[in-house]
Design a binder for this molecule. Structure first.
Ligand SMILES: NC(=O)c1ccc[n+]([C@@H]2O[C@H](COP(=O)([O-])OP(=O)(O)OC[C@H]3O[C@@H](n4cnc5c(N)ncnc54)[C@H](OP(=O)(O)O)[C@@H]3O)[C@@H](O)[C@H]2O)c1
Length: 287
């Protein structure tokens, strides 16, 4: 029976893994194990003796990282180094999850693994540093993904659905104003988790991979899809990144594709449909 050590247990991706992992699973929560604590990480990993370590913990607050890059670095880079150190002397693969925000957005077609990473913001810089730590491990695998959402945790799809439901409930005519000049690959965490497992089953070689839902859209297009799937009569109005004025710069274009022979995720439209159905409690059997 396989033994899985999963970091970031309270997060979206780790929760998606927890739903489908076969075998014995150690779900590591921040309050019980802070990955910045070298000794504690070493003890926990060596005691459990995982066959595979899925490292989904991260400092994911993009604007927060801009305000405190040191803290983001300690979690995203040093935390990853601690996990790798705890695996020395074993042959356990570590899968580190990274982001489309390692790119500067200058391309107009999907970024592939051989494209040069040039992060625009602190979050991207610290995640890129974490990639280097993971790839320093002989069994290190880096999976870059993008714009993650799921029925758990905080994410854009849930925020838009809640805001649109609120407009309808209160009869507010106020439209939702959503950024339309950033394009990416919204990725359903459940789809990513299942494709990562499928790839690991096929003995994924230790290197860098892009795994995101197929296709791309802007945040505004994603919001319109959510509102329409939920059957809500709420207007979604496009605005610019400059109008919203967030602290961290974001790439204008960061869709991902892969040049490696790996299993592919379904389209972002399928992912959003599944997630909205789950959030609305739609029973697949009865549709
Ligand atoms: N979210 C996205 O849009 C996105 C896009 C591209 C890539 N990614 C990457 O995909 C991975 C999973 O993302 P996600 O959306 O599932 O993240 P998430 O929901 O924000 O969860 C991250 C988890 O990391 C844990 N964590 C934070 N600091 C920690 C520490 N010092 N020690 C131990 N655990 C700590 C948090 O624990 P607490 O809940 O206890 O604080 C949280 O459960 C991350 O590597 C992220 O960088 C995410």
């Amino acid at each position: 029976m396989k033994r899985w050590f999963v970091t970031g247990a309270g997060g979206q991706l780790a929760t998606a893994f927890a739903d489908i992992l076969p075998g014995e699973v150690f779900l590591s929560h921040e309050e019980a194990l802070d990955i910045r604590d070298t000794e504690a990480v070493n003890t926990a990993v060596r005691l459990f003796k995982p066959h595979i370590l899925l490292h989904a913990a991260a400092f994911t607050d993009v604007d927060g990282a801009e305000a405190d890059e040191q803290r983001a670095f300690a979690i995203n880079a040093t935390g990853t180094r601690n996990l790798v150190a705890a695996l020395h002397g074993t042959s356990t693969p570590l899968v580190y999850f990274s982001t489309d925000y390692v790119f500067d957005g200058g391309k107009d077609e999907p970024y592939v693994e051989s494209d040069e990473a040039r992060p625009l913001n602190a979050y991207g810089r610290t995640k890129l540093a974490g990639e280097a730590e993971a790839l320093a491990w002989a069994r290190g695998i880096v999976v870059r993904t993008a714009w993650l959402y799921s029925a758990t945790g905080h994410n854009f799809v849930k925020t838009i659905l809640a805001a649109a439901q609120d407009r309808v409930a209160t009869g507010s005519p106020e439209p939702l104003r959503v950024v339309d000049d950033q394009v990416g690959s919204p990725t359903y965490a459940a789809h990513l988790a299942s494709v990562v497992l499928e790839a690991l089953d096929r003995d994924l070689a230790p290197r860098l991979y892009h795994m995101a839902s197929a296709g791309s859209c802007s945040w505004c297009e994603l919001a319109r899809e959510v509102v329409q799937l939920a059957g809500l009569d709420v207007e979604v109005v496009p605005i610019t990144t400059a109008e919203i004025g967030r602290p961290a710069p974001r790439p204008a274009y960061s869709a991902l594709a892969s040049e490696r022979a790996i299993p592919h995720l379904p389209s972002w439209l399928e992912g959003v449909q599944e997630c909205v159905d789950e959030l609305l409690g739609v029973d697949k059997e009865t549709v």
